[in-house]
Structure formats: C-alpha cells, structure tokens
Design a protein around this ligand. Structure first.
Ligand code: 5AD
Length: 345
C-alpha cells in the first residue's frame, strides 16, 4: 500500500485498480501513512495555515428538484427566504471586520430574470471591499449569465459535478438535468476565467466505488482550482430520507488521495464533515484539506437553509465562532491564514 501512496505522490495519478486498492484499504497503519503523506504535501504548499471563506446563504428559493437536497422545489415544508441586497452587504461588512477576505454567495438556482440583481450585488461587494474575493455557488446558468457575473467582478465559482457517471447523475437529479449540461457549465466557467471548484457527495445513494474512481479521474483531468467534497447526509423531507449517510472516513481518504493527486488544489474540510462527527472538520484537515468555510449568514435564516438534517451552523461553523475554530485548529497544530487565499495554480 505504501508503494501506491508513494506512486501517487510522485506521479499524481494511479490506475483505476490502484485507486480502488487505496479506497478499500483498512489497515490502520496504511491509512495513517496515506494521511501523513497528504498532510505533508499540503504543508509543503500551504504551510499550517488554513484559509477561511465566509459563506453567505443568499436564498433557499430553488427552481430545481434534486432528490438529495432539502431545499428542492417540491419540498413544501421549507419556509422560503431571499436576503435583500442590503442584508448581504451587512453580512460582508460584519465578515470583513472579523477578518474574512473571501465571500461565498451560495443559494438555490434561480431563473435568469434575477441575474442582473446578482451582478449588481457582486459589483457593490467589489466596490465596498476591493481587496476581497467573491465566490459564487448558484448552480447552472447560460454562458451569458456566467459572463455577466464575471464581468461584474466575481472571481471564483463552485459547482459540484456530483457524479461523473451519467446514469447515477440521472438517479440523483430530476428529469431535464443532465451530466453533459453540468460539465458544459464547468467548461464555460473555466473559459471565462473563474477559479473553479467542483466535487461530489461521498456516499450518495447508488454510488459505487467504480463511480468514485471515475470522479477522481474526472477531477484529475479537469484540474479544478478547488475541490468540494462532503459526505451525503439524508434530509427528512426528500425522497432519499431513508438512505444512510456517507462516512467521514471515506471522505477523509478522498481528501488525502486528491491532495496527493493535485498538491496545490484548495480543499475545504466541509460543513457536512463537521455535521457528521464532532472532530470531522479536524479530521479533514489532518487528511490534507486546507480551507474552512464558516457561516456568515444572518442567524435567523440559517435554519431555513437546510440542505441536509442537523447541518452544523453554530460554534466553529459560524463566522462569529472563529475563536472556537482557531482553538480547534491550534489543538492540531494549525492556524487561520487570514489572506485571500487565491489558488496558487
Ligand atoms: N447531503 C450532503 N450534501 C448535500 N448537498 C446537497 N444536499 C446534500 C445532502 N443531502 C451538497 C451538494 C451541493 C452542495 C451545495 O451541497 O453536493 O452541490
């Protein structure tokens, strides 16, 4: 097993069978070796500093109906909200004072009639805090909309591909959505000069080891600047309510494999990791992740942005709790890096 980890370190790529061997390995010493090497690579490029991104959950209104997601259109138990322009600016103001230099605007997928509104918002954030990066996570849109947002000053875009297996993709998404369209969006974003993040849910219903290996290969080919991976967690008002959650262990293994395959990629230790295990966020960092995205949304709307059950939003998950986060990081020998944290690639 060590030989495979060393090969991945040297060559940044393995064969499908070799990836499989790493994904199924269970020996504690082998797993430790994988984690140690991933951590070392991460420290080589980023030191022991962890970048922060302030997450602003813009709206839980969504035209889409993804089967895994708590804010899907057909969930009539959700009280829908959209932050006002001024509310978003107030989040940025508060975040800037705490020290955040990246704001991530995430929300459900809207129709194009509201794209101008987003562009104006991006413009005002860039005007108010020109030293900050603006990241968008707003789903699939036509190329022109992405271009409009890029021209307005947005720097980065997060759009997980969710799975690179077309049949699995269609089991997770409503009719009318396709993997081909998702990949097209990712190509457009890259062409337009966004720093792009993509990724998957680990342990999603119907996922197989084979499909995870295809995801790794897609990620290595696509070379995103960021990789967003979190365990699947069921939401009680979705068709997937009875499926088991993914595991922190498998997600951490994937962080480590992807860190070795793509040494300079930004990898957040995601909220879903923190939700599944009290030490989930730290386990992600010890597997080579180097970003955390605390929640900067107004406290009263956080519970309405429920993509999955029991989503962590308080303590170290909240922007107001950065002291708790700093202490957690210090306990494992890391610290917050307050810089903008652009991709070194
Ligand atoms: N469990 C874990 N992650 C989820 N997401 C959506 N629903 C869930 C869930 N039930 C993730 C998707 C999406 C991101 C914003 O949140 O991967 O891309």
């Amino acid at each position: 097993m060590k030989r495979l980890v060393d090969k991945l370190w040297d060559e940044h790529r393995l064969t499908p069978d070799e990836y499989r061997a790493l994904l199924i390995m269970r020996d504690a010493q082998d797993i430790d070796y994988l984690m140690d090497q991933a951590r070392t690579v991460s420290q080589l490029h980023f030191g022991r500093g962890i970048y922060l991104r302030g997450l602003i959950e813009l709206s839980n209104v969504c035209r889409n109906d993804c089967l895994y997601c708590g804010i899907r259109r057909s969930n009539c138990h959700v009280e829908r909200y959209t932050l006002s322009h001024d509310q978003v600016l107030a989040c940025c103001e508060q975040g800037y004072k705490i020290g955040f230099r990246t704001f991530v605007l995430q929300g459900g997928e809207w129709g194009e009639e509201r794209s101008r509104w987003i562009a104006d918002l991006i413009g005002d954030i860039k005007k108010g805090w020109p030293d900050c990066a603006v990241t968008l996570s707003l789903g699939e849109h036509p190329r022109e909309t992405y271009a409009l947002w890029r021209d307005a000053g947005a720097d980065r875009y997060l759009l997980r591909h969710e799975t690179h297996h077309p049949r699995l993709y269609s089991l997770l998404h409503p009719q009318g959505m396709s993997l081909a369209q998702r990949l097209q969006c990712l190509d457009w974003l890259k062409e337009l000069g966004f720093q792009v993040g993509t990724g998957i849910m680990v342990g999603a219903p119907f996922q197989t080891l084979g499909s995870i290996i295809e995801d790794i290969e897609y990620l290595v080919d696509f070379q995103p600047q960021m990789i967003g991976l979190g365990p699947f967690i069921p939401h009680h008002d979705t068709p997937f309510r009875r499926f088991p959650a993914g595991s922190v262990e498998m997600t951490a293994k994937l962080y480590a494999i992807l860190r070795l395959a793509m040494p300079k990629t930004l990898i957040p230790s995601t909220t879903a990791m923190a939700t599944l295990a009290p030490d989930g966020r730290c386990r992600g960092i010890l597997a080579g992740a180097n970003v955390v995205m605390p929640n900067l949304s107004p406290t009263d709307t956080r519970k309405q942005y429920s993509l999955y059950d029991n989503k962590a939003a308080l303590g170290a998950e909240s922007a107001q709790g950065v002291k708790i986060l700093a202490d957690e990081l210090a306990a494992i020998g890391y610290h917050i890096d307050w810089s903008r944290g652009d991709s070194p690639q």
